[in-house]
Ligand binder design. Structure first.
Ligand code: TRP
Ligand code: SF4
Length: 362
């Protein structure tokens, strides 16, 4: 069972084999100008994405839905979603971006006002600073708690959902709060919303998420089928990206500040954090020069792959030098730290203006 509200480490192979998630690499070659997160295997799995590819390639109408739960600070791992949204908007998709304040209330006990503030100061302002145009006519942003169509749809969906099926997916017990039962239905409604008539549906939808969200995707696909005769829903497609590894090796998590680089971090502090990251280096300098390092096991290298280096050739060069033992971790961390510092300085410069725009969105 995958639990969307627990933090656990992930065996990606197993997910592909056991849960019916398909390998992204098998369909990659059909995509025109894929994102580097796709070609580099960061996006590793999908459901039904092969049905979205022709729409992307031919510029046809489809929608992308992905929500954010305002729970803490936005870290660089969250940036992956923004990179994908930029790509989709560019391809002509409609974006629907729910802010899951009902989820942060139900699952984290956070008040609605605080969730709204966090959504603006941490998420939306950074989304804009990262280059996603949230004022675009094709972008819809809403707070779940303030959006009647989504709440009404959640209620309608609940009519054909029973407790045992939710229990089988989420592992509910007799003492589970009913808000925990309600929250997934609101998320299902988020995902199906672009398909109702007032939003121009039915239409194809893709949901780019981390695998922790797959239980919600499976439930949505089942409910889409069950309500097919009422709404003509098409079961949504999804893609799954890997989690960014935290600085000390586990999952990067907002609730453990030492593991994460936050987008609002002081750039100099962030540079220091990079220098403390777990590397794929050897025990001694001597050994590293002889045997080379292991980029596949290195958090610093992962930062290059996910975020810091666009150019595939440059990335390959670092990979080779690392494995040959000609690039050593001290020097390498300096390079990555500098890149991170520059990236965050750049972002901070844009954030003042983007915060003003973000405030007008909710
Ligand atoms: N549950 C998601 C999270 O924890 C947020 C979310 C809400 C979402 N609605 C969604 C994600 C719809 C994808 C699609 O981050
Ligand atoms: Fe990682 Fe760089 Fe060290 Fe290689 S040289 S293990 S990429 S920090």
């Amino acid at each position: 069972m995958i639990d969307p509200w627990a933090s656990s480490s992930v065996d990606y192979e197993k997910l592909v084999n056991q849960f019916g998630i398909k390998k992204f690499s098998d369909i990659l070659e059909n995509i025109k100008n894929p994102l580097s997160l796709m070609t580099r295997g960061v996006i590793f799995g999908h459901r039904d994405f092969n049905k979205i590819i022709p729409l992307i390639n031919e510029g046809k109408d489809f929608a992308v839905v992905t929500g954010m739960m305002p729970s803490g600070k936005m870290h660089i791992g969250h940036k992956m979603v923004v990179d994908q949204l930029k790509w989709y908007l560019d391809k002509g998709a409609k974006l629907s971006l729910p802010i899951a304040d009902m989820e942060s209330y139900g699952a984290r006990g956070m008040g609605f006002n605080q969730a709204k503030d966090l959504a603006i100061t941490e998420y939306l302002s950074n989304y804009i600073a990262l280059g996603l145009d949230l004022t675009d006519k094709d972008v819809l942003i809403y707070l779940q708690s303030q959006h009647n169509p989504v709440k009404n749809l959640a209620f309608e969906l609940s009519k054909k959902t029973n407790f045992n099926e939710l229990k089988a997916i989420y592992g509910f017990t007799p003492s589970t709060s009913i808000s925990h039962v309600y929250v997934p239905l609101v998320q299902v409604a988020d995902i199906l919303l672009p398909q109702i008539e007032e939003y121009g549906g039915p239409k194809h939808v893709v949901v780019p998420v981390g695998v922790d969200q797959d239980p919600h995707i499976r439930l949505t696909r089942d409910l889409a089928d069950r309500f097919r005769s009422d709404f003509s829903f098409i079961p949504p497609a999804s893609t799954y990206h890997r989690f960014l590894t935290g600085l000390s090796g586990g999952k990067m998590s907002s609730s453990q500040p030492k593991t994460a680089i936050f987008l609002n971090d002081n750039p100099k502090e962030a540079e220091k954090k990079v220098s403390s990251a777990k590397t794929g280096g050897r025990e001694s300098l001597q050994e590293q020069k002889e045997l080379g390092g292991c980029p596949d096991k290195c958090v610093v290298y992962e930062m290059y792959v996910y975020h810091l280096i666009d150019d595939d050739e440059e990335l390959k060069k670092i990979n080779n030098q690392c494995r040959e033992g000609s690039l050593l971790c001290g020097e390498c961390k300096k390079i990555a730290g500098r890149m991170m510092k520059e990236f965050l300085e750049n972002l901070a410069e844009k954030r003042e203006e983007s915060l003003e725009i973000a405030k007008t969105l909710l």
